[in-house]
Design a protein around this ligand. Structure first.
Ligand SMILES: Cc1cc2nc3c(=O)[nH]c(=O)nc-3n(C[C@H](O)[C@H](O)[C@H](O)COP(=O)(O)O)c2cc1C
Length: 341
C-alpha cells in the first residue's frame, strides 16, 4: 500500500466497478484503485436487514455493494454520507471486507447528494466532515482520506479551502484528494461541474506548500503521464486520474516504471490486458454474470490503430450475446496477438 496513492484512478460512478478495476490492475500493479461511491446509508440498511438467511441472500446483497477480487488491491472504498454513525458502520464493514482505506466523498455536486446534505455541500460544514472522519477512523482502524473540491459556490477563497483542510486534518484525515475545480451547486449539473469551473492546479500546489506535512493529491484534467510526472516533480504527493484513465486505459501503461520506479515489469499491451482479465471473466460468468458487464469496459483498450473500430464492433457484438462466455475474450485477444498488439 505504501505510496500507492502517488498514482490513483479516481472513483467514478458507473465506471470504476469491479470489472474495470480488474482491467486497470492489468495496466498498473501499483496504483491505488477506488470503488464507485457507495452511499453509507444504503450500505448500513443492507447490513441491518439481519443475519444471512439460509440462502445467504443478505450476504449476496452486501457482496454486490462491497465485493471485490483480491487482485484489485490496493483498493479504497469511497463512501457518500453525512452521518458520523452511519459512516462509522460503513467504514467498519470496509475493514471487515478487506479494503485498504476508506474515502469520504466531499466533491459530488449532484442534486441528489445535495438534497441528502452530503457530497460537495459538506465543504460548508468542515466540523461535520471532521466528525465523520474521526468516527470512520475510530470504527475501522483504516486510513481515512477525503476527496473534495477547491470550493463551492461563493465560498471559494483559498483561506476557506485552507480552513476546511485544517479542521479535517486535525480529525485524522490521512490524505486530501483535491479536484482542482470549485463546484457550483446551484446552476450547473454534475457534468458541467466537471468541465465549466476552471481548473486551478495552482491552488492545490499552494495548499501543499502551505501545509507541507499533509499529503495532498491533485485531481482534475490530468490526461497524460508526462503531465502527471511533471506535477509530481513539482512537489505534489499524488496524482489522481479519472476520465482519461477510463477512456484510454493503455495510455497509462508506463505508470509502474515512470511513477513507481518498477522497471522490471513487462509493459502491458492490449492483448495482455485481455488475457489478464480472462480468469476474472471465468469466475464472473461461472456465477451467472453477463460477459457484457466486463466487455463494455474492454472496448477501450484498443485505440489509435488501424482496424480498432472493427475490433471493437466485433467484441461488442459477440460479448453482447446473452450467453457469451470468456472464450469471446480469448478470441479477441488472439486477434490482437496476430497483429502484434
Ligand atoms: C462518470 C463519472 C462519474 C463520477 N463519479 C464519481 C464518484 O462516484 N465519486 C467521486 O468522488 N467523484 C466522481 N467523479 C469525479 C471524478 O472522480 C473526478 O474527480 C473528475 O472526473 C475529475 O477528474 P478527471 O478530470 O481526471 O476526470 C465522477 C466523474 C465521472 C466522469
Amino acid at each position: 500500500m505504501a505510496n500507492a496513492f502517488r498514482f490513483s484512478v479516481a472513483p467514478m460512478l458507473d465506471c470504476t466497478d469491479r470489472h474495470f478495476r480488474v482491467l486497470m490492475r492489468q495496466v498498473s500493479r501499483h496504483c491505488l484503485l477506488y470503488t464507485e461511491m457507495v452511499v453509507a446509508r444504503a450500505l448500513v440498511a443492507r447490513w441491518r436487514e439481519g443475519p444471512p438467511d439460509s440462502a445467504g441472500e443478505r450476504g449476496r446483497r452486501l457482496e454486490r455493494l462491497l465485493g471485490f477480487d483480491p487482485l484489485e488491491k490496493p483498493l479504497a472504498l469511497q463512501l457518500g454520507g453525512k452521518d458520523p454513525k452511519e459512516l462509522a458502520q460503513a467504514a467498519r464493514l470496509a475493514a471487515e471486507w478487506g479494503y485498504d482505506e476508506v474515502n469520504l466523498n466531499v466533491g459530488c455536486p449532484s442534486p441528489k447528494a445535495s438534497q441528502g446534505s452530503f457530497g460537495a455541500c459538506l465543504m460548508a460544514r468542515p466540523e461535520r466532515v471532521a466528525d465523520c472522519v474521526a468516527a470512520m477512523g475510530a470504527a475501522s482502524g483504516l486510513p481515512v482520506t477525503v476527496k473534495h473540491r477547491i470550493g463551492i459556490d461563493a465560498r471559494d477563497s483559498f483561506a476557506e479551502l485552507l480552513g476546511f483542510v485544517d479542521i479535517v486534518a486535525a480529525a485524522g484525515a490521512e490524505r486530501f484528494a483535491v479536484h482542482a475545480r470549485k463546484a457550483w451547486l446551484e446552476g450547473l449539473d454534475p457534468k458541467e461541474n466537471r468541465t465549466i469551473p476552471p481548473l486551478r492546479w495552482d491552488l492545490v500546489h499552494q495548499l501543499k506548500r502551505e501545509r507541507p506535512t499533509l499529503r495532498v493529491e491533485l485531481n482534475g484534467g490530468l490526461d497524460t503521464l508526462a503531465t502527471c510526472r511533471s506535477q509530481l516533480d513539482q512537489g505534489i504527493d499524488g496524482v489522481m486520474v479519472g476520465r482519461a484513465a477510463y477512456e484510454h486505459p493503455l495510455r497509462w501503461a508506463e505508470v509502474d516504471p515512470l511513477v513507481f520506479g518498477q522497471f522490471d515489469l513487462v509493459s502491458p499491451r492490449p492483448s495482455t490486458v485481455l488475457r489478464g482479465v480472462i480468469p476474472h471473466a471465468e469466475r464472473w460468468c461461472g456465477q451467472g454474470g453477463r460477459l457484457w458487464a466486463l466487455a463494455r469496459h474492454l472496448v477501450h483498450v484498443v485505440e489509435g490503430v488501424k482496424g480498432a473500430r472493427g475490433w471493437r464492433a466485433q467484441l461488442s457484438r459477440q460479448a453482447g450475446q446473452r450467453n457469451a462466455g470468456p472464450e469471446v475474450l480469448a478470441e479477441a485477444a488472439r486477434a490482437l496477438e496476430e497483429r502484434g498488439l
